[in-house]
Design a protein around this ligand. Structure first.
Ligand code: HBI
Ligand code: FE
Length: 301
């Protein structure tokens, strides 16, 4: 099959929106949930992908794999290279074996967004839910709901990093506790800022590691280089108090020094923490506190 490289050869539809990911969507979900099992998993049907799906995947992959060399955390790039050539739509079962051997994580196919408690149950058991459908041509730069490219290209490479993999499983356990305590918003913010839109300090300057950035061409660059957003040193309670935007670039990014820092931040008693946070006001996404340690943009080499 000759490769489609110029998307104008594909059927065009609606115009593109701003370059970001709006994960927590409320509109009716796109995927086909009819055949989903009780844990919301389905079987990935590799034969069901169309030529357009394959072309959209390839364009997204070719574009992002160049960008990440300059803007992504080295651990992300290392994971991406371990996954091999991703020019074709990945076979989730086959990739699962590679990941399981390294960090014990497996991929499970899902039709799209799944209920919070089901999602957290999968994470707590080292199963990462990956959506199987591919976005439309018109959604190359703006997506309301995570698709296969966001979930796989954005999230899977770091599942190969021991420290991040351990963090994400413990996150699943803490998130289940939060659900039981009516504190979903606290852990949703921690996921949003530190799994979807996190920055990490390296000896080559600030790098992106969040899936929401690294699966978005525009936000990969904006989050690392643009002078407009705030960049604040990661502090767990600060993140858990901070609201976020789902349909535009983030106003504030939080910066870690290592993935161990994320893991260590989950060493808390849920009841005590959420009782304490309940006495403190939520924070606007663009707000800077006097207690914030601001992290400057670093010129990219
Ligand atoms: N479902 N498939 C999928 N992917 C997600 O990222 C996801 C989800 N359900 C709930 C959820 N995320 C939220 O609970 C977290 O982002 C906090
Ligand atoms: Fe995501």
């Amino acid at each position: 099959m000759d490769m489609v490289t110029d998307l104008s050869q594909l059927p065009q539809d609606a115009p593109m929106g701003p370059g970001s990911l709006g994960a927590q969507s409320t509109h009716d979900l796109r995927g086909n949930y009819e055949n989903a099992r009780a844990d919301f998993t389905i079987d990935q049907d590799l034969a069901a992908y169309t030529a357009t799906d394959r072309a959209v995947w390839r364009v997204l992959f070719e574009r992002q794999r160049e960008l990440v060399l300059n803007y992504a955390a080295p651990e992300f790039v290392e994971g991406l290279h371990t996954l091999g050539d991703l020019g074709e739509i990945p076979n989730l079962k086959a990739t699962s074996t590679t990941i399981a051997d390294k960090t014990g994580w497996r991929l499970v196919a899902v039709p799209g967004f799944i209920p919070d408690q089901v999602f957290f149950e999968h994470l707590a058991n080292r199963r990462f839910p990956v959506c199987t459908w591919v976005r439309k041509v018109s959604e190359l730069d703006y997506l309301v709901e995570p698709d296969l490219f966001h979930d796989f290209f954005g999230h899977v490479p770091l599942l190969l990093n021991r420290s991040f993999a351990d963090y994400l499983q413990l996150y699943g356990i803490r998130a289940q506790e939060a659900l039981d305590l009516g504190a979903l918003s606290r852990v949703a913010r921690l996921y949003w800022y530190m799994v979807e839109f996190g920055l990490i300090e390296t000896n080559a300057g600030l790098k992106a590691y969040g899936a929401g950035m690294l699966s978005s061409k525009a936000e990969t660059v904006y989050s690392v280089c643009d002078n407009r957003p705030n960049r604040v040193r990661f502090q767990r309670d600060r993140v858990m108090r901070s609201g976020y935007l789902i349909d535009d670039f983030q106003k504030t990014y939080f910066v870690i020094r290592s993935f161990d820092e994320l893991f260590d931040s989950l060493n808390y008693n849920s009841e005590e923490l959420f009782d304490r946070l309940a006495t403190q006001p939520d924070l606007d996404p663009a707000l800077i506190l006097a207690t914030d340690e601001l992290v400057p943009v670093t010129a990219l080499n």
